[in-house]
Design a protein around this ligand. Structure first.
Ligand code: SF4
Length: 90
């Protein structure tokens, strides 16, 4: 009888610890996501411009996120824009 109670208490403790661990993982993941969002740099620092530079434009850049965003540069990004972080799609 006592061993059954101990077993269920151990199980409850294990479940509580698992729940705590999961909550920590979720919180850490959210923090990492926020940190990732904060790594974008300003358009001024990236030397972003609203027009292409020769054949280079956001539309053909690997960092472009249609319809109007960039992985690394803040704000609204035009497919016809360009910045010094340009990386051609492969
Ligand atoms: S050229 Fe610059 S702003 Fe445009 S998508 Fe590429 S990295 Fe982003």
């Amino acid at each position: 009888m006592n061993s059954n109670n101990d077993g269920s208490q151990n199980m409850s403790r294990r479940l509580a610890l698992t729940g705590t661990a999961l909550a920590l993982v979720v919180a850490a993941d959210a923090a990492i996501t926020r940190a990732g969002a904060q790594t974008k740099i300003s358009q001024a620092v990236a030397k972003y411009q609203d027009q292409p530079k020769g054949q280079q434009s956001c539309a053909v850049c690997a960092n472009f996120q249609p319809p109007n965003a960039c992985k690394f540069v803040q704000g609204t990004i035009s497919p016809n824009g360009w910045c010094q972080l340009f990386a051609a799609k492969t």
